[in-house]
Design a protein around this ligand. Structure first.
Ligand SMILES: NC(=O)c1ccc[n+]([C@@H]2O[C@H](COP(=O)([O-])OP(=O)(O)OC[C@H]3O[C@@H](n4cnc5c(N)ncnc54)[C@H](O)[C@@H]3O)[C@@H](O)[C@H]2O)c1
Ligand SMILES: O[C@H]1[C@H](O)[C@@H](O)[C@H](O)[C@@H](O)[C@H]1O
Length: 341
């Protein structure tokens, strides 16, 4: 039996997820779509899917067993709370929400329901290369991680839609989440430095250099570039007490010609993380079929939101901005290092 899914938000990633849910993965069927741009929803709706003008009607529709939300960040809170109110599993693209207060409401609603329903779209955790990197760090041979260097480069971002706060509250959340997951640690403080401004960024302030302070004492530096022009480049290297572990470069055909020897880099996130998104949804479909969720949780969404908020404060203050988390609910795993402080 297929899991019957409704998709809210049929823009760039909504369409890419509809493609994988209808053409790549099995055990799932897209039975409904909704977007504030109803014409766009109708245009991309798979054959036989119902098109809803209202997101609430889609969420409450009896034929919809689980929901995928790919709308803009500001819409996420209400849509998530509605899914939790009707007890349906929900995959929510990052960022989970855009304020601490909203993140706490989502956590509270899920804890009241007393079963995990929310999975947040931090797809890096599902990629084989990141999983192998984590296995090495968790193994005994390299010793404790001391530093993580994370490079996050976008060739460009959508003009007009991508605003000046988004390097820190939309893009950085991936690096914050993967740092917490790879190092099994929590973020306790954030600093932001602004290097010389790139002329390629137009109105946007680009790039950003971010320093994340971890509860263990490890440090994480993050380069956020959103107008690097050449391609979509994601790198990661962990320095441990007795060695280094790094993500490999993606395999690509080696071209030799009059310009030298070279390998192509993925153009954008769709290409770079294609297998990660597929695996993320395979695992979501299995969990949602059992009425629950797996992988990045509402707690992880909350941690990323706090980091984004602290980064925005740090960019304004120029100093170290501290993060204080509430106590971690049992539903979301063992108490965090911070809760014990
Ligand atoms: N995990 C990733 O790598 C990744 C990649 C791209 C985007 N995203 C995230 O996915 C979300 C969407 O990004 P996108 O690039 O597809 O943006 P987009 O602008 O291309 O699409 C967003 C769509 O949502 C619709 N929408 C907005 N508010 C709505 C509402 N209240 N109800 C219904 N529909 C609504 C818009 O009309 C639009 O069609 C963002 O939160 C973004 O951060 C994640
Ligand atoms: O929404 C996208 C997406 O999350 C990408 O993975 C990230 O690299 C971009 O910077 C962001 O704008």
């Amino acid at each position: 039996m297929s899991l019957k899914v409704g998709v809210i938000g049929t823009g760039m990633i909504g369409q890419d997820h509809i493609r994988r849910l209808t053409k790549v993965l099995s055990g799932v069927e897209v039975v409904a779509v909704s977007d504030i741009d109803e014409a766009r929803a109708a245009e991309v709706a798979p054959a036989g899917a119902q098109v809803f003008a209202s997101d609430k009607d889609l969420i409450r529709c009896d034929a919809v067993e689980a929901i995928v939300i790919c709308s803009w960040g500001a819409a996420h809170e209400e849509q998530l709370l509605e899914c939790l109110a009707v007890g349906k599993p929900v995959f929510r693209e990052k960022p989970m929400v855009t304020s601490e207060a909203a993140a706490l409401k989502v956590i509270e609603a899920e804890v009241t329901f007393d079963r995990r329903l929310v999975q947040v779209g931090f797809m890096r955790r599902f990629e084989a290369d990141y999983r192998r990197l984590k296995a090495v760090i968790d193994g005994a041979t390299l010793g404790a991680p001391l530093m993580y260097h994370s490079v996050h480069r976008n060739a460009s971002v959508p003009e007009g839609l991508y605003t000046s706060e988004m390097p820190l509250n939309d893009t950085l959340v991936h690096d914050a989440d993967i740092a917490r997951w790879l190092l099994s640690d929590e973020i306790t403080g954030v600093e932001v430095r602004l290097p010389r401004r790139s002329q390629q960024g137009g109105e946007l302030r680009d790039p950003h250099f971010v320093l994340l302070h971890m509860a263990s004492g490890a440090l994480v530096d993050v380069e956020i570039s959103v107008s690097i022009t050449y391609d979509y480049d994601i790198l990661g290297e962990v320095s441990c007490e007795a060695g280094i572990a790094a993500l490999p470069h993606r395999p690509a055909t080696v071209v030799t010609d009059g310009h030298g020897i070279r390998q192509a880099i993925p153009e954008d996130w769709r290409e770079r993380f294609i297998e990660a998104y597929d695996q993320e949804f395979r695992e979501w479909i299995a969990a949602a079929g059992e009425g629950t969720a797996t992988g990045p949780s509402a707690w992880d969404g909350y941690a990323a939101t706090l980091t984004a908020d602290a980064a925005l404060r740090a960019a304004a203050s120029g100093g170290l901005e501290r993060i204080k988390m509430v106590e971690k609910p049992a539903l979301h795993g063992a108490p965090s290092a911070l809760a014990a402080e």
